[in-house]
Design a protein around this ligand. Structure first.
Ligand SMILES: O=C(O)CCC(=O)C(=O)O
Ligand SMILES: [Fe+2]
Length: 268
């Protein structure tokens, strides 16, 4: 198993986990520069790098220190079904607390532990490219809410100072860290409090057999990725019984079969 016992305990208890500084300083600089250009001067980039997960940010798709956690908490066959980047200035926010509670019954988002194994539905990974201190107000979580059996109580859904839940918490980490969280946890992106912007990339991974988001990645960006990385965007199915023996939708089969479509082949 790839996670340490402490990481597994922490992720199960809290619903999120920080792996500090998994990226090198150069990777942080290159990816931050790409996001700056994507947001502010896209024409300075070739078309295949004009959005994540192309160009410098493609290192994140299958980063070994991310994929090993995902294989343990989702399963051996995973897809990357959503990607986005943020350049958040002081006072800007993603929004209030959302998620948590009885959604755990939902096979796409739910969180279960069975026979000593975690089975998480969708898992988001935030790659922070800025140093994060508590007071900066990065992503916040209501710990334990990923396995709550009752709807989020209004007494625990405020981000206002003085009205915050005692279970609401966040994290501190250096630039280049990865934060994993189950989509089923109640979380928020509050108003950013630092003068320098929060630069980050957010991925959503899920089991190969599930499909929530339709991809918004520009076709040129996906086409510019090597086949091993495109494999994270393969179609969401496990077995094809139209062939005998059945064909399994493994990454290896996708990589060795140039004809195999990626999920966005119908993207306009
Ligand atoms: O932007 C943030 O800090 C939170 C993002 C969020 O809520 C999400 O990715 O689902
Ligand atoms: Fe969210």
């Amino acid at each position: 198993m790839a996670m340490t016992e402490e990481e597994r305990f922490r992720f199960d208890l809290a619903g999120f986990l920080v792996r500090p500084a998994i990226l090198s300083k150069t990777e942080v600089e290159e990816i931050s520069d790409q996001i700056d250009r994507v947001k502010h001067k896209p024409e300075s980039l070739p078309p295949e790098h004009r959005d994540v997960p192309g160009g410098a940010s493609s290192v994140l798709i299958d980063h070994p220190q991310v994929v090993d956690v995902l294989h343990e908490i989702i399963g051996p066959d995973i897809r990357l079904e959503g990607c986005g980047c943020i350049w958040r200035k002081r006072g800007e926010a993603h929004g209030g607390l959302h998620g948590g509670g009885p959604g755990q019954g939902d096979p796409i988002f739910g969180y279960r532990v069975h026979n000593g194994r975690i089975h998480a539905g969708m898992v988001r990974v935030i790659f922070e490219l800025t140093d994060i201190a508590f007071e900066d107000q990065s992503t916040h979580f209501v710990i334990g809410s990923h396995k709550a059996n009752f709807a989020m109580h209004p007494d625990h859904t405020s981000l206002e100072d003085g009205n915050r839940s005692q279970f609401l918490t966040s994290y501190e980490c250096p630039a280049g860290s990865a934060i994993f969280f189950t989509e089923n946890i109640c979380h928020a992106g509050p108003e950013w409090q630092k003068d320098t912007p929060r630069v980050a990339i957010l991925h959503a991974y899920s089991h190969l057999a599930t499909h929530w988001h339709r991809l918004k990645i520009p076709p040129a960006v996906l086409a510019g990725l090597p086949r091993e990385k495109q494999a994270y965007f393969r179609e969401p199915w496990i077995a094809d019984f139209r062939t005998s023996p059945a064909t399994h939708n493994t990454a290896e089969r996708f990589i060795n079969n140039d004809e195999d479509p990626i999920d966005t082949d119908t993207f306009p």
